[in-house]
Every structure is written in structure tokens, then in C-alpha cells.
Design a protein. Structure first.
Length: 313
């Protein structure tokens, strides 16, 4: 069960990426992903701006599902208490002040954190601190720089709102199909194959948010794309789910719901250290597989794979 890929990097002066200076800076921005709105208000002289690849997900919502403040910190220090979760990458999680705090460090920057984020238990409110040691105060910043924006969304979804999954989402002939797989399973390859077919829309080639809307389930594009670089601010009803396996020939094999839920959970981003988050995510997936058919799709990375899925309907 992945919580977040760690194959990300930091760049630019001081080792920390900044928002592009040609994007208008302001004291507030709003993102909307998976119909969950996230508002960030800057304090203490900070200017904020979205990174260019996030602009399609910008929103003008005034009242948001998640409200955060962002501000400067003179210096940040790692807590003396042990973390509740060690990511093995840039961040560790701690229990702090009745909520959860994430501290971000990069080995080449030294021991002091360059960023801290704290959220209440429902991940509906919080604050982000950026260390002045590593950022230029006169340059606009994106305080939720990946992986924090996705990390926040994963935890918010795990409060009973849905789940984020390793998958590409495809809309073709009026049907919403989800192709699920670990890294290297063929999600970006599948996305490219479908993009060649007229009238087809791909929501994302790597990460999809799933949510329930009354008696149906929907899939939503996210900004966190894969190798194909596909990230659409759009959604569609979810009609079919396929677990990707590369093979010498194309073959669709139906899965019973009990196994399907376990297979999906292994490819879903969840907060491992949160018993309630895990339970909520598993309950969501159990409901999902009772409503939406799930199958294994063994495929060859060729156009015939698309035709096999269309025949399977």
C-alpha cells in the first residue's frame, strides 16, 4: 500500500524550488482536486503563487473544504519525540498539538527542516511554515510543493471522503474505465494507447481520486501525473476497473469482490499509521467493488489492447 512515491527532488537556489516568478503572486490561492477545495492564505509578508502545472486546478471558491495559513519561520527544529511514521524520503510524521505535523528535510540541506506543516485531526485546517534559511522572502513560493499537496489530499480523503489510487482514468464511448497498477505496470503506456483513439479523454496517467456520489462512484483527474504528463481537471462516472498486468497476449479475467478489494487496497495511497484512515479506506473500497465490476487485464503494449477492452465493454 503506497502512501506516496519518494522519487521527487528539490531544485533552484538554496535547494528549494520556488513558484515561477512570471505567475502572478498573491496572498491567497485556491486549488480544487477531486471536488475538494483547498484554500491557502499567506501571512507575515509571504507571497504565494501556484506552479504552472497546477493552474488548471485553480479555483475561485471563497469558502473551502480545507483552509490553511502559510507563513515564514526563523528556524525549524525536529521534535524530540519519535515520529509516528517515517516515509524514507523527504518527510516524517509526528503527533503534535492534537493533530499531525509533517517535517520536511533534504539531506543536502542539513539536519534542520526546510518546511513544517501541521493539520487538525480531520485535515480540514492547518498551517505551513517555511524556513527563511532556505527560501528567498522576496520571491513568491508555493508552500504546498509536492509531496505536501498530495500528502494532504490523501489524508483528507481517508477521513471518509474517498481514496487516491495508482491508476489512469479513461473516458471512451460514454464509459469511465480505470486502469490500476503499481509503478511500471503500464499506466502511462495504456494512457498513450487510448489517447490515439478519437473521442477518448484521459484524466490522468498515474493518479486518480475516487469518490462516491450518491449511488454511483466517480473518478477524478489529479495534477500528480506520470511519465505521459497527462493531468486533466475533469471527472466521470466509474463503470469498469481493470488491474494491469503486462503479458504476451491480451486477456480479461473477472475478479470476485473480496479479492478485488484487497488488490485495490495494495495500489491505494493510505496513511499506514492511522487505524481510522486505513479502516475508512478499506470500507470505501469494499463498497466500490460491490458496485463497479473489477477484472485483471493482461495486455501487450500495442493498440490491440484497446480493442480488447472495447470488446469486453
Amino acid at each position: 500500500m503506497p502512501i506516496l512515491d519518494q522519487d521527487h527532488s528539490l531544485s533552484t537556489k538554496g535547494g528549494v524550488r520556488k513558484a515561477h516568478s512570471d505567475i502572478a503572486a498573491a496572498s491567497r490561492f485556491v486549488l480544487k482536486v477531486g471536488e475538494i477545495s483547498l484554500g491557502v492564505t499567506a501571512r507575515r509578508g509571504m507571497r504565494v503563487a501556484l506552479q504552472p502545472d497546477l493552474l488548471p486546478f485553480a479555483s475561485d471558491s471563497r469558502s473551502c473544504d480545507i483552509e490553511l495559513e502559510s507563513c515564514w519561520a526563523e528556524c525549524l527544529q525536529i521534535p524530540s519525540a519519535p515520529p509516528v511514521f517515517t516515509s524514507g524520503g523527504l518527510w516524517n510524521a509526528y503527533e503534535e498539538d492534537g493533530g499531525t505535523a509533517f517535517y520536511f528535510r533534504a539531506q543536502f540541506l542539513g539536519e534542520a527542516p526546510y518546511k513544517k506543516a501541521w493539520f487538525d485531526r480531520t485535515f480540514a485546517t492547518g498551517r505551513v511554515w517555511l524556513s527563511k534559511r532556505y527560501f528567498q522572502e522576496n520571491v513568491p513560493v508555493y508552500p504546498l510543493e509536492y509531496p505536501l499537496d498530495e500528502l494532504l489530499m490523501i489524508h483528507r480523503l481517508a477521513t471518509g471522503l474517498g481514496a487516491e489510487i495508482h491508476a489512469c482514468g479513461v473516458i471512451a464511448d460514454g464509459l469511465g474505465r480505470l486502469f490500476v497498477g503499481h509503478s511500471g505496470a503500464g499506466k502511462s503506456t495504456s494512457s498513450r494507447l487510448w489517447m490515439k483513439r478519437s473521442g477518448t479523454k484521459v484524466l490522468s496517467d498515474d493518479r486518480i481520486i475516487l469518490r462516491q456520489d450518491h449511488d454511483e462512484f466517480r473518478m477524478y483527474g489529479t495534477p500528480w501525473h506520470g511519465d505521459a504528463g497527462i493531468a486533466a481537471q475533469a471527472s466521470h462516472r466509474l463503470d469498469r476497473i481493470f488491474l494491469l498486468e503486462q503479458a504476451p497476449k491480451n486477456e480479461v479475467l473477472a475478479l470476485e469482490p473480496s479479492r478485488a478489494a484487497a488488490e485495490l487496497l495494495a495500489r491505494t495511497f493510505v496513511p499506514h499509521y492511522s487505524a481510522s484512515g486505513l479502516a475508512s479506506t478499506l470500507l470505501f473500497l469494499e463498497k466500490l467493488v460491490k458496485t463497479v465490476p473489477v477484472a485483471i487485464f493482461r495486455f501487450t503494449p500495442e493498440p490491440g489492447a484497446v480493442e480488447e477492452i472495447l470488446r469486453a465493454a
